[in-house]
Design a protein around this ligand. Structure first.
Ligand code: ARG
Length: 546
């Protein structure tokens, strides 16, 4: 489809240019039943002096295209186009080659971002899902993508944990992850309420930053214990990362960075805090008055670190929308400080709430570990499908946790409704898995080794399904351009829905006419491959049985 779209854009852009029309072709989905896509640019040129000539040029070009079987200009000058399905099927199978970018971009995706000492919690789900989806989509079109989890593994929270352990004479050598999980909230509470504790924690934080051996070795134990658990959870949830760098890796770059900024007169002291001299409101604080580092200090150093270790054209930060001020400040500071690479995007998202719309909590009132949501979903699916293999149920669990999340526009909040998200006839991950299992089974039983071919006569439902299949590139493009997986998630539902109608329309295996049967199997195959590619782009693994 990008082959189709790019081709179309290129040709029509040339015609616009010829008439001095400063437009790039805007393509959208046609709302008219008989047409597939629509071009809207011409609408505002209705009174152009050469409009008839422009129309003629466009028409001539479109008539030449083997990808379209009919072209129509509406009264308002919308251009409606209908796919030539037979020709498209000859040229396009929705595999990677149909979408490959001309120029590969180097992208870093910063997502996940768990903090050491705490379990992965429900708040991490959207970053993980959206991040993985952007990763896979970009990989699919041939970009060079690297994921970096950016661990919160340094600074005051760690110092607080160490303080707590020392104060209570706990044996750090036998520290278990469950101990850590109860220590974390207790230590941050004590830090807030107990001045002496606070003093001590600040002291330990300084020791961390001056590489004090004993403190570093304690930090290392805490990080190792915590990371084993985080990695185990991530793997259960089907996530992996290229880089496991964290705040601790960039910390040593900060003193030099600050020194340079002072030297270049980009920052100044304000009551011993370092403040950026950039002329914006609010002013950007770079270090606190006691000299300690802030979230932005580390994120600035991370940009420098990445420029050195992971060459990139652009960094995407997939982080909760509540941090949008932080990222605006980060990006504009990086620009003001004249760091080299200035292509950044904050991909923000809304909150995931429980089924009543309240923040997810454990029974004890803490933040809910993500793995608990996984287990609850697993149990729910298992209860309905006791005959399925454990592996399948795990895949379905992750499908539900991923698909329902990506289906929601990332900017909005949503409620996690297990009953709704597992409904086999609803707009759910279970529904899309079921459709592709049907297609897979059909193939297995047909056991057809002949080369499958599309027949010249295509029925209505076949046409509709094929049209949808060839729109994959349109939705892929949209999802990538706007960093919004929901366009593809939605598309996958519509695709699966049309396949189900096609499947139920006639028992394919009973069709006697080999040509028709083969044609239907051909469409099934195209559906299955497309469906699997979309699933890959969303980070959903197809199951083998249901
Ligand atoms: N650890 C951070 C948090 O818990 C998220 C990190 C996001 N990435 C970044 N480069 N700031 O809020």
């Amino acid at each position: 489809m990008n082959t189709i779209l790019n081709n179309l854009r290129e040709k029509l852009n040339n015609i616009f240019a010829k008439f001095d029309i400063d437009e790039s072709v805007q393509i959208s989905i046609s709302k008219i039943t008989d047409f597939d896509i629509q071009i809207n640019n011409l609408v505002k040129y209705k009174n152009h002096k050469s409009i008839e000539e422009i129309k003629n040029h466009l028409l001539k070009e479109l008539d030449k295209s083997e990808y379209f079987s009919s072209v129509e200009f509406s009264d308002k000058l919308f251009i409606n186009l209908k796919f030539n399905l037979i020709n498209l099927a000859k040229n396009i199978d929705n595999s990677k080659k149909d979408f490959a970018v001309n120029k590969r971009e180097k992208l870093i995706l910063d997502y996940g971002g768990p903090n050491i000492g705490k379990p992965l919690h429900v708040g991490h789900l959207r970053s993980l899902n959206i991040g993985r989806s952007l990763y896979n989509m970009n990989k699919f079109i041939g970009n060079e993508v690297k994921s970096d989890i950016h661990l919160g593994d340094w600074g005051m929270p760690i110092a607080q944990i160490i303080t707590y352990i020392e104060k209570n004479n706990l044996d750090i050598q036998t520290l278990k992850v469950s101990d850590l999980e109860s220590i974390y909230p207790l230590s941050s509470k004590e830090y807030l309420n107990d001045e002496k504790f606070q003093e001590k924690a600040k002291e330990i934080n300084k020791k961390l930053n001056t590489d004090d051996d004993e403190t570093i070795s304690k930090w290392k134990i805490i990080k190792d214990v915590s990371l084993v658990e985080i990695k185990k959870n991530l793997s259960e949830l089907g996530h992996s990362f290229d880089y496991w760098f964290g705040e601790s890796d960039v910390n040593s770059l900060i003193p030099d960075m600050l020194e340079n900024l002072i030297e270049e007169d980009k920052v100044e002291y304000d009551e011993s805090a370092l403040v950026s001299k950039e002329n914006i409101e609010p002013k950007v604080l770079i270090t606190k008055s006691d000299g300690s580092y802030l979230y932005i200090t580390t994120d600035l150093a991370t940009i420098i670190y990445r420029e050195k270790h992971i060459p990139f054209d652009k960094i995407f930060y997939i982080v909760d929308s509540r941090q949008s001020l932080h990222f605006r400040q980060l990006f504009s500071s990086a620009k003001y400080f004249e760091f080299n690479n200035l292509n950044f995007e904050h991909v923000g998202f809304g909150t995931l709430n429980d089924e009543n719309g309240n923040p997810f909590k454990t029974r004890e009132g803490g933040t809910k570990p993500l793995i608990e949501l996984f287990s609850e979903t697993y149990k729910y699916i298992y209860k309905i499908n006791q005959n399925l293999e454990d592996k399948t149920i795990k895949q379905l669990t992750n499908t539900v946790l991923t698909y329902s999340d990506l289906l929601t526009n990332r900017k909005t909040n949503y409620k996690f409704d297990l009953k709704k998200f597992t409904n086999i006839s609803g707009k759910t991950g279970i529904y899309i898995q079921y459709a592709q299992v049907r297609a897979k089974n059909l193939f297995q039983i047909a056991n057809n080794n002949n080369s499958l071919e599309l027949s010249d006569e295509i029925g209505n439902i076949e046409s509709e399904l094929l049209s949808k299949i060839f729109l994959f590139g349109y939705y892929l493009e949209r999802s990538i351009e706007m960093s919004e997986p929901h366009h593809l998630a939605d598309y996958l539902y519509e695709l699966s829905n049309l396949f189900n109608i096609f499947y139920e329309d006639e028992k394919i295996l009973n069709i006697e006419d080999e040509k028709i049967k083969n044609s239907k199997l051909y469409i099934t195959k195209l559906f299955l491959e497309t469906c699997h590619n979309v699933m890959f782009c969303l980070g959903v693994e197809p199951v083998n049985e249901m």
